[in-house]
Design a protein around this ligand. Structure first.
Ligand code: KIV
Ligand code: NA
Length: 266
């Protein structure tokens, strides 16, 4: 089997096929998601919150995401692996963006990168695309700007903001992006952007009319503690399953039920 490519992604939009995307941060989980048929896996900087124990995505470094990306690549054989450019790894300009995006392709084996922002990162997107690096754009709520947003509010509400989002999406398409994530925007606006673009939109908290949908895998599988956002649908209670297993193991060890005869050597 060969890996999914950006050509397959383009073809899916032409055929009107919807597709799922999940994050992944380690090789074992990634192998499960790959075998389950998820065609695109994102080594998101949500690893900051969901894998590395930070409060936001802001502290996440290139070295951390290169290491996690190489693990995800090693654990998969079919999915297209997209790596997030973390905060501070592309804002200085196209040269910095190219140097860091290149690390994901050369050192980790990723097939594409993602960065946040519209018109403000146009030169970066153009440079990466010209260098042969597939780029996924990310508009709407862009979590690396959490300190500027003052939290995680819905974006693109009102005339001016919705027109800006539509313009940004078109600019990303014109710059050569192969897809655009729309995070936390009104469903009506996401539908309008999706209808007006030739490249697929990947929604998260952006309603049902996007071409694809992405979720953070730990949210999707119920592995995270604490509150999950309203747009998340939780498909399992992995936290409960793992916690139950750990408690049962502890009980067996304390009570002497483990190891039993069949686990022992003579
Ligand atoms: O880092 C991430 O998980 C993301 C997705 C939510 C789009 O950027
Ligand atoms: Na991200």
């Amino acid at each position: 089997t060969r890996r999914i490519t950006v050509r397959d992604i383009a073809a899916a939009k032409k055929r009107g096929e919807k597709w799922p995307m999940l994050t992944a941060y380690d090789s074992m989980t990634a192998s499960v998601l790959d075998e389950a048929g998820i065609p695109v896996l994102l080594v998101g900087d949500s690893a900051g919150n969901c894998h590395l124990g930070y409060d936001t995505t802001v502290p996440v470094t290139m070295d951390e995401l290169v290491m996690l990306s190489s693990a995800v690549v090693r654990g998969t054989s079919r999915a297209l692996i997209v790596s997030d450019l973390p905060f501070g790894s592309y804002q200085e300009g196209p040269v910095q963006a190219l140097r860091n995006a290149g690390r994901f392709l050369k050192e980790a084996g990723s097939g594409a990168v993602k960065l946040e922002g519209g018109a403000r990162v146009l030169p970066q997107v153009e440079t990466l695309v010209q260098a042969g690096i597939p780029v996924m754009a990310h508009l709407g709520l862009t979590p690396q700007s959490v300190h500027a947003f003052g939290g995680y509010p819905v974006q693109g509400r009102g005339n001016e903001a919705s027109h800006k989002l539509l313009r940004d999406a078109k600019a990303m398409q014109d710059a050569g992006a192969f897809a655009v994530v729309l995070e936390l925007v009104p469903a009506e606006l996401a539908a309008e952007v999706t209808a007006s673009l030739d490249i697929p939109t990947v929604g998260i908290g952006a309603g049902p009319d996007c071409d694809a949908q992405v979720l953070v895998w730990t949210d999707m599988a119920g592995m995270n503690s604490g509150r999950t956002p309203r747009f998340v649908k939780q498909y399992a209670d992995l936290r409960g399953v793992l916690s139950g297993a750990a408690k049962a193991f502890a009980e067996d060890v304390v009570g002497g039920a483990y190891p039993a005869e069949e686990h022992s050597f003579h």
